[in-house]
Unconditional design. Structure first.
Lengths: 461, 461
């Protein structure tokens, strides 16, 4: 076979013939597309194809397949484990131009969108229908990217993750064929679940071009509350009992004292410097009142402080400000640092123990690493604030990260609750799944025999 | 390669050496294991292996793999599309002996069970914990079989199907390797979703040996209601508006007038001969009252009759009697007949139209075929009552079934909402998925290159 550089050059010539100026080899454009929001080392693709239709995606894939050139799909570049890094070069397929809402079926509570539609764009278009799409990973990510990484976020505890909320999708497979994994029925027993196979496949099996999503009616009543606790254990025990009691909280988020300190400084707030829960309730007026009362009683039993409440949208935003600003606030704790976020998820009965042990690791370390968690799911994040040029700091972050993941796995948890594998957690995936990784590799090789779809991510081939 | 009969004989000799009397070649035992509750033609396996541990399953699979002998997993034999028929002979693996509850984690609301545990057995063991497992396909099926067929049933509208309620599973793969698809975290972005790939794979990719399930707290309040309607359209429109309003009904079932007639005769009831909804509400006392009020108002607006209510367990059972007895009642409409149940699922906005057109087909036919539906999901069943020896009747049932499935697909629905593909719907799967079936075949061939796992089901290789 020809050298890769020759093959890439040929592919680029053919792509230019198809896409004209929408095929870019400008170094800054390529660099921007080889980098996500993680700490992982970026790798520029050889070119970026700005596609505007499924037909163009097919064309790009066929050309790349003909020349065995890697293809890396790109949404908003907000992934966190190096998902978009072009580890072996190749062509990045930027899907942001495919941003049409194809259909909103209010009666069926579903919508079909192109992959480049972002979640805010979708929700702005749903508002006048009294509907919303709940999944909220923080960033204004693209729906295609959220599906590809099995994203979740703050209200997964109530509404599930992309796993539960993608009804079906269309994808261009590595040989240019298009599949539609499901129609719009709410449930189906018709064959292998290709929807769920592609959700979370991180661009390694095909390029997701269209997604059909479940929608929800905007609740009659939304109320928020914030409550601080004397200890991390007390806060987490409140969460555990809330979940075990089956109270359908819409969000239940934890910030540790370090993160509260960061947000107080950054957003000029005066929250008590203590582990704090941020809660949101969705339902009828009666329903949210009842839920709130039940949680308040549980918090009271765990020595939680006063509940601060808000129900109007502006007040809710003010109350939740600390949570919303957490990422920026963390970064501001150490000007010039780079953030390295990691995430695990454990059974909720082990959550207090897992967070406490992790907090001990951080307290004993010279590194800063505030904690924030979607604790209702047993999911939390540790964000290392590192100087990327200091090997000692990187080694220390690696050490604590490895201890965190080992701990989560020993507690019957997962090495990533929502960030995905990318190339940052390929080895941890092996630790978690063992023989299962061989089955993943067999699937990858069967569907992408040339290993051109986002190579080096999820599983090594 | 040797003839299959020789290879099977060799495999049986080796299996007897391992299992002794738990390897049976008794014709009646084999016949019973080649037949499910469907109308599809049974096919006896050459032998039945009554396994009692994962180690024995591994042993059986290795022996069969060595000799390229088909393997058909068997739970309770209650599937409905010929799933257990040994189309190419081979060894049936009866998992009913693997019926241990391995762990119940009340604090995490999950349980791990061996595949042969039935759902009633599980629920009996959960009762004293105040927990339950909601998925209820009607039959007292095994959890392994329910996972393998992606079962759902009456309360999927509230709690989801096996797709949403299996946290992870262990399976023996076609080469005898064991994989565990996930640990017990509520969510994970760690690699391809092997859990969802095996859920619904109908024994064609591996033998499920253990399943970890989500559990739920027994609701504080459970109330039931029954209401009849002047027309099918009015009943279904009530369902549609209930779902669109986001009212979290636990069950919402429809029986058409023919099915009500059948149940009145069979169970000596006096329900009005009209399309009737059976409802169940789960929640706090306040919550169920509020839900019931909202649905009652919607039903009233659609000219529904009086709501009959029950909240004590015995009264609820009495009120729901017609629904519980529906299958037996249908069969009794025509003594000596065989039932041929089929199922589709459509977006809820198309449900009234789909059921009405189907009902017209039945009314115009000489065949009897009552309708019962898990209508909250857009899912319903048609049960043909046929004389299996009358080609004219079979042809007529086939004709109406094909029209039903074409109609469901045209309405963006699926050829099976919950019964699965087995060998009865292999061709309809192609109609539904097109190119997607090629991807399913690629996965099947990659994981089971010898095509020994339940061959002839789901996809043809």
């Amino acid at each position: 076979m020809e050298k890769q550089s020759t093959r890439v050059d040929t592919a680029i010539q053919e792509l230019v013939a198809n896409l004209g100026e929408r095929l870019s080899t400008v170094p800054s454009v390529c660099a921007q597309h080889g980098q996500d929001e993680s700490f992982h080392k970026p790798h520029s693709p050889d070119a970026v194809a700005f596609v505007s239709s499924t037909e163009e995606v097919i064309e790009v894939v066929k050309i790349c397949a003909n020349h065995s050139v890697p293809i890396i799909p790109f949404g908003t570049g907000t992934s966190l484990e190096g998902h978009v890094a072009a580890l072996s070069g190749g062509i990045c397929v930027d899907l942001t131009g495919m941003n049409e809402l194809l259909s909103i079926n209010a009666a069926d509570l579903d919508a079909t969108v192109q992959a480049g539609v972002t979640r805010r764009q979708l929700n702005e278009n749903l508002r006048h229908e009294g509907l919303f799409f709940p999944i909220d990973p923080g960033a204004d990510a693209s729906i295609g990217g959220m599906a590809a990484t099995r994203a979740s976020g703050t209200n997964a505890v109530r509404y599930g993750t992309m796993r539960e909320n993608v009804l079906g999708l269309s994808a261009v497979m590595p040989d240019g064929r298009v599949i539609k994994t499901a129609r719009r029925a709410r449930k189906s027993s018709a064959g292998y679940d290709l929807t769920r196979l592609l959700v979370g496949s991180e661009g390694t099996l095909g390029i997701i071009t269209e997604v059909t999503l479940r929608l929800y009616g905007v609740p009659e009543s939304v109320t928020c509350a914030v409550c601080s606790f004397p200890t991390l254990q007390a806060a987490v025990d409140t969460v555990i009992l809330t979940i075990q009691s089956g109270i359908p909280v819409a969000r239940i988020e934890l910030l540790d004292d370090a993160m509260i300190d960061a947000t107080n400084r950054f957003s000029k707030l005066d929250n008590a410097l203590a582990p704090t829960l941020f809660l949101e309730f969705h339902g009828t007026r009666t329903g949210t009142e009842e839920q709130a009362e039940m949680v308040q009683q549980i918090a009271y039993d765990h020595k939680g402080g006063e509940f601060r409440w808000a129900s109007h949208a502006e007040d809710r935003n003010r109350l939740w400000r600390a949570r919303h600003d957490a990422a920026y606030a963390a970064k501001a704790l150490r000007p010039g640092c780079q953030m390295w976020p990691t995430d695990v998820c454990v059974p909720i009965s082990r959550l207090a123990e897992c967070i406490s042990a992790t907090k001990d690791d951080v307290d004993e370390s010279f590194l800063m690493a505030p904690i924030v968690g979607h604790v209702g799911d047993g999911n939390f994040h540790l964000t290392f604030l590192v100087d990327p040029d200091c090997p000692k700091e990187i080694a220390e972050a690696n050490r604590i990260n490895e201890r965190l993941i080992d701990r989560a796995l020993l507690m019957d948890g997962t090495c990533t609750g929502e960030h995905g594998v990318g190339y940052g957690k390929v080895d941890f995936l092996v630790a978690e799944h063992g023989e299962g990784v061989n089955i993943m590799q067999a699937i990858k090789s069967a569907i992408d025999p040339q290993n051109i779809m986002n190579p080096g991510k999820v599983v090594r081939v």
